[in-house]
Design a binder for this molecule. Structure first.
Ligand code: ADP
Length: 521
């Protein structure tokens, strides 16, 4: 795994250092000056020592790219100085160039014995000196660069491993064939293998269906995206568990490697299974409740139908008998009792109206399949107006109808709607001459019809209330059973739409209902 991280996107190792240090040692100040003058153009840091002991002191404090050492010096000569320099660990490998005026073999042997890398003979030829020192400068710089790079690489690799270790998932790095090159401690924990056993193992021993991400994988066309999947994983010992697998390839200098993140999905799968079971259970309960509700609805409908029928019959009898009494004994009754009988008749008639309306409501809201056809809404409105002709003439109402569409619908339900809404628009008129306007438009794929009036309007808190059965706002002033809008609502709902009203007290109301476009049955 050495150098695995070299090609990852971590900061690159630092650039080469700008300058290195050179130590010049000579007891003759003129020689030192001359050496300094020759080497200055190399642009490196030059340090001067007039004696061997000064040179040793400087070696303690600095790392030199090379040391130029005069052989003949009073006190400690060049060779003795070199011996001491070599004996120190930090300067053991520092290149030493001896400067000497004598070409003696003995000197050369001793010098090379002490680890000299070269000899320069006086008089010094500047170009040769510069050339040789340049080589050591370059060597030193390359060495420093290499060291920095190695350190940076080591830091990057440490960071990479730390990230891998900190990951909440088991992380495995494999080559393209699935051989494990690196794994974090979560992997040992999850699969129960010792780390050493994991390295070199085929990842399919952990996840049998693992395969390298390929072009055919969703999102994997560019070869870089993360590929997620749920697969079975096997612990050491053979127990199988569900796992969420994320595979992600990356290029390294060793070729394409693949990071596979593995998360134990046991809890998630159990939770999903629990939710699935709850959903099935819920669906079953909803189904049972729907059957129960449909049954009790039907029972209620039958009861309401039968009750309203019996009540209507009883009311009819009351009316018939009160008329008989009036006919047979009317002459003998005093004015007060005649009035009482008239009251019985009036209330009986009202009860009959209410029962008729109720039966109509039950019929509209509960009747089975309706007869769907192409319906010309203009014709329906014309019929509604003709049914309301008496009221219209009497109130001098102006009923205006825009061109309406022909739609797939149930004609009888549309007639109920328009007749109730236009009737109300006239009934709940203000002091002004009633004006009713009927229009239609398309809104978000729905047909929206509108019956608008200039009547008394409705307080905002009653805008929904009035669509309930027997819900009335003006009991005394206006006649009615309080069921017309409930019938409208039931009719619209049977047509798959909804109805609402916008109104301002004293200014009028706009009743709107929207119907979906639907194919004729
Ligand atoms: P009804 O007209 O028989 O009372 P509806 O169900 O048709 O019954 O109407 C319920 C109530 O809604 C009415 O009593 C009335 O107070 C109010 N309402 C209906 N239409 C209008 C309208 N166009 N303008 C003002 N109020 C209305």
């Amino acid at each position: 795994m050495e150098g695995l991280t070299a090609s990852l996107a971590f900061p690159q190792p630092g650039a080469a250092p700008d300058s290195v240090k050179l130590l010049l040692v000579d007891d003759d100040p003129d020689n030192l000056l001359a050496l300094q003058a020759i080497l200055e153009p190399l642009g490196q840091e030059l340090m001067l020592a007039p004696s061997g002991s000064d040179a040793l002191r400087l070696c303690l404090e600095n790392n030199f790219a090379a040391i130029l050492l005069d052989v003949r010096m009073p006190g400690m000569d060049g060779f003795e100085t070199a011996e001491l320099i070599r004996s120190r660990k930090s300067s053991r490998h520092t290149p030493i160039l001896f400067l000497t005026g004598y070409r003696s073999d003995e000197q050369l042997f001793r010098g090379y014995d002490l680890g000299a890398v070269d000899f320069l003979f006086k008089p010094i030829v500047p170009e040769i000196l510069q050339g040789k020192v340049s080589v050591f400068v370059e060597l030193c710089r390359s060495e420093q660069l290499l060291r920095q790079q190695a350190e940076a690489l080591q830091r990057t690799e440490q960071r990479f491993r730390a990230v891998l270790e900190a990951a909440p998932d088991a992380m495995v790095i494999t080559d393209e064939n699935g051989l494990i090159r690196l794994a974090n401690s979560r992997t040992d924990f999850l699969f129960g293998y010792a780390r050493e056993r994991l390295i070199g193992l085929d990842i399919t021993s952990l996840i049998p269906n693992w395969r390298p991400p390929g072009r055919e994988d969703p999102g994997g066309a560019d070869g870089s995206a993360l590929m997620e999947a749920r697969m079975n994983a096997i612990r050491q010992g053979g127990s199988v568990f569900p796992a969420e697998i994320t595979r992600s390839p990356f290029d390294s200098h060793e070729g394409v490697l693949i990071t596979t993140a593995i998360r134990d999905a046991t809890e998630q799968v159990e939770a999903e299974e629990r939710i699935r079971r709850i959903n099935i259970e819920l669906e079953k309960r909803v189904e049972e409740r729907t059957v129960d509700l449909t049954r009790s609805n039907e029972a209620l409908r039958q009861f309401a139908w039968a009750a309203s029928h019996d009540l209507q019959e009883a009311t009819r009898m009351i009316l018939t008998y009160s008329q008989w009494i009036l006919r047979a004994a009317g002459e003998q009754l005093d004015a007060e009792n005649r009035e009482r009988l008239a009251c019985v008749e009036e209330n009986g008639a009202r009860l009959q109206t209410l029962l008729a309306a109720l039966r109509e409501y039950i019929y509209i809201s509960e009747s089975g399949d309706q007869h769907w056809t192409r319906v010309d809404c203009n014709a329906v409105v014309r019929t509604a107006i003709s049914h309301l002709a008496g009221t219209i003439t009497e109130s001098r109402a102006a009923v205006e109808c825009e061109a309406l569409p022909t739609i797939n619908s149930v004609e009888i339900l549309l007639l109920q709607l328009f007749q109730n809404l236009i009737g109300n628009a006239i009934k709940y008129r203000s002091a002004e001459t009633p004006r009713v306007r009927i229009s239609a438009e398309m809104r978000d794929g729905m047909r929206v019809f509108c019956v608008e009036d200039n009547g008394i309007g409705i307080e905002p808190q009653y805008l929904e209330y009035i669509f309930g059965v027997f819900k009335r706002l003006h009991n005394r002033q206006y006649s009615g059973a309080g069921i017309g809008l409930a019938i409208c609502k039931a009719a619209v709902e049977r047509l798959g739409g909804r109805i609402w009203v916008e109104s301002e007290p004293g200014r009028g109301s706009a009743f709107r209902f929207e119907l979906p476009e639907r194919a004729a049955h």
